[in-house]
Design a protein around this ligand. Structure first.
Ligand code: TRP
Length: 332
């Protein structure tokens, strides 16, 4: 199929630190899969990182390269998808400005994510224009590529809804132009962190995509399992166990059935089960480490990936902007 007849996909992540297995199974898995079937644009949302990191922006540059490395390790192939950097495609900012003109304040103030994050991140002053406008910039990021799908994590659904609302408002004011892009979630149930809560850097309960086994091993060995199971002779219940969701993602089905039987039958202890998981975790992480090594100490390769992607994104974004400006009679 010709590339421009293919459906289009856009998504981004903020460069704020290393990615963990929650990111992989919650989002990246889809990104990697989609690059084979769709025309994909994946970008480093460095401007969005600034909304919360504006008082200490110097670290963002380093995180940009690290993020590209994590993506590459996960299996994103710069030959199959466009990998680029938001701040290098200035048209995102121009469309952000235009969309800002038509976005009612109430939509932004009522945004549940805005309210939550502002309450949670009390350590940072998020009483800024930029933070309130976060979803408008995100809508610009997305709509500028006129995509069909946006593969994201569950937490992004309110933002996607707002993107569609902004697209509808634009279409209503200036006649039909933008598609209403659909969110795509991974099939996988959420992967809990080491302590059973959502996997999150701020909880310190993560296994990172680039983590070496020497560091993963003690983490897994100290994981909580079925807390009702006091000793090996008690029957366990995989359905309430915090380790079992990992087996679901990483352990072959036959082994999983064996685990279930021996856990509920009180034959295997949790240490046995963790050792099996470690074997499969290692099988999962090893190819990621190998791909990551291709980019180790090669900042010029990372830059080349971004330069190539930036050029393609610039072209496509420029095409949309020409049409948008025409609609507004701003094509001076
Ligand atoms: N808000 C997203 C996050 O925090 C990052 C993001 C910015 C994004 N622009 C986007 C995601 C456009 C998808 C599409 O992860």
């Amino acid at each position: 199929m010709a590339l421009d007849q293919q459906k289009r996909v856009v998504s981004g992540m903020r460069p704020t630190g290393p990615l963990h297995l929650g990111h992989f199974f919650g989002v990246l898995k889809n990104w990697v899969e989609f690059q084979n079937n769709y025309n994909c644009y994946y970008f480093v949302a460095d401007w969005h990182a600034l909304t919360s990191e504006y008082s200490d922006p110097h670290r963002i540059k380093g995180f940009v390269g690290e993020l590209v490395k994590d993506w590459y390790a996960a299996g994103l192939d710069p030959e199959k998808c466009v990998i680029f950097q938001q701040s290098q495609v200035k048209a995102h900012a121009e469309l952000n400005l235009l969309l800002g003109m038509i976005t009612p304040l109430g939509w932004l103030e009522r945004n549940p994510t805005y309210k939550e994050v502002k309450q949670e991140l009390v350590s940072k002053d998020l009483n800024t224009f930029g933070f309130l406008g976060y979803p408008v910039l995100q809508a610009a990021d997305i709509l500028i590529y006129r995509p069909d799908f946006v593969p994201v994590g569950q937490d992004q659904l309110p933002h996607l809804e707002l993107t569609r609302e902004i697209a509808r408002r634009f279409n209503h004011l200036y006649s039909d132009f933008f598609p209403e892009p659909q969110a795509k979630l991974t099939e996988t149930a959420k992967l809990p962190g080491l302590d059973g809560r959502k996997m999150s850097k701020s909880y310190g309960n993560c296994i990172y995509m680039g983590e070496e086994m020497d560091s993963v091993r003690p983490k897994v060995m100290s994981m909580l399992t079925d807390t009702n199971r006091m000793r090996k002779s008690d029957p366990g219940d995989p359905e309430v166990c915090n380790l079992y969701p990992y087996h679901r993602l990483m352990t072959p089905r036959e082994t999983r059935q064996e685990i279930k039987a021996n856990c509920t039958g009180a034959k295997w202890g949790c240490v046995d089960c963790k050792k099996i998981l470690l074997t499969h975790l290692e099988e999962f992480l090893t190819p990621l480490q190998e791909r990551r090594r291709e980019l180790d100490d090669k900042p010029e390769l990372i830059q080349e990936i971004l330069d190539t992607g930036n050029k393609k994104a610039l072209q496509e974004a420029g095409r949309t902007m020409d049409l948008v400006l025409e609609k507004l009679n701003f094509n001076f």
